[in-house]
Ligand binder design. Structure first.
Ligand SMILES: Nc1nc2c(ncn2[C@@H]2O[C@H](COP(=O)(O)OP(=O)(O)OP(=O)(O)O)[C@@H](O)[C@H]2O)c(=O)[nH]1
Ligand SMILES: [Mg+2]
Length: 206
């Protein structure tokens, strides 16, 4: 896709009503600090439209980025950030859950996992929960520039094993620094825009 126009169109907090968008949505989930907002910037060719931070817990709302009036990238709050209260964690969890339940345009979910680390219990929970919601998430292994090339296959295997991914699950290594993986992710998103299912659905959506 040639990006002509991008805009942060809607920001939803815990008390907001979700928008009833008319174009396909693609959502990005993952633990705090994994690189969701950085990936969204890279996909949009913007340096800082999606706010990023070295401090975890930067994105605390569901943010809808409209590209060319054709597609929405949806930046979700991160989970698993130790420093917020249990109550706050529950609120963010509810926000993500409400988005997944209420969106009528959500066509694909990307789940981001830091390529340097084995998936956490929270990652596993999120993966299973997304499956349960009827999506087979595409995994993006982030921060590819932070490991040696010789470690990549081993870490991808660790992610596969750690999450116990469904057969056929795509895992795409990506770096927001070098932009490696960007084209592959856009190819998938273009197929979503064209109305194709980009991953086999393990379960029917409710
Ligand atoms: N080296 C490197 N750093 C990255 C990469 N992606 C993100 N970062 C850094 O990791 C930190 C967190 O990135 P964000 O994009 O804000 O992460 P997030 O998942 O949106 O975090 P929350 O909004 O807190 O959930 C920032 O300091 C980024 O610059 C990457 O591919 N390579
Ligand atoms: Mg963020």
């Amino acid at each position: 896709m040639i990006i002509k126009q991008v805009e942060l169109e809607t920001v939803c907090g815990i008390t907001s009503t979700m928008p009833e968008n008319q174009h396909p949505e693609i959502a990005f989930a993952g633990k705090s600090n994994v690189g969701k907002s950085s990936l969204i910037n890279a996909l949009m060719n913007r340096k800082s439209l999606a706010r990023t931070s070295a401090q975890p817990g930067k994105t605390q709302t569901v943010n809808f980025y409209n590209i060319n009036q054709e597609i929405y990238l949806v930046d979700l709050p991160g989970y698993g950030y130790a420093k917020v209260s249990q109550k706050e964690k529950e609120k963010w969890g509810e926000l993500i859950e409400r988005y997944l339940h209420e969106s009528k345009q959500l066509k694909a979910m990307f789940l981001l996992i830091d390529i340097r680390h084995d998936p956490s219990a929270n990652d596993k929970e999120m993966y299973e929960w997304v499956l349960y919601q009827g999506f087979q998430p595409i995994i993006i292994a982030t921060k590819l520039d932070k490991i040696k090339r010789s470690q990549v296959q081993k870490q991808i295997k660790a992610i596969k094993t750690g999450l116990q991914v469904q057969p056929g699950t795509l895992i795409i290594p990506f770096s927001a620094e070098t932009k490696q993986g960007r084209e592959e992710i856009w190819t998938l998103m273009d197929r979503v825009i064209a109305g194709e299912e980009i991953a086999p659905f393990g379960l029917e959506r409710e």
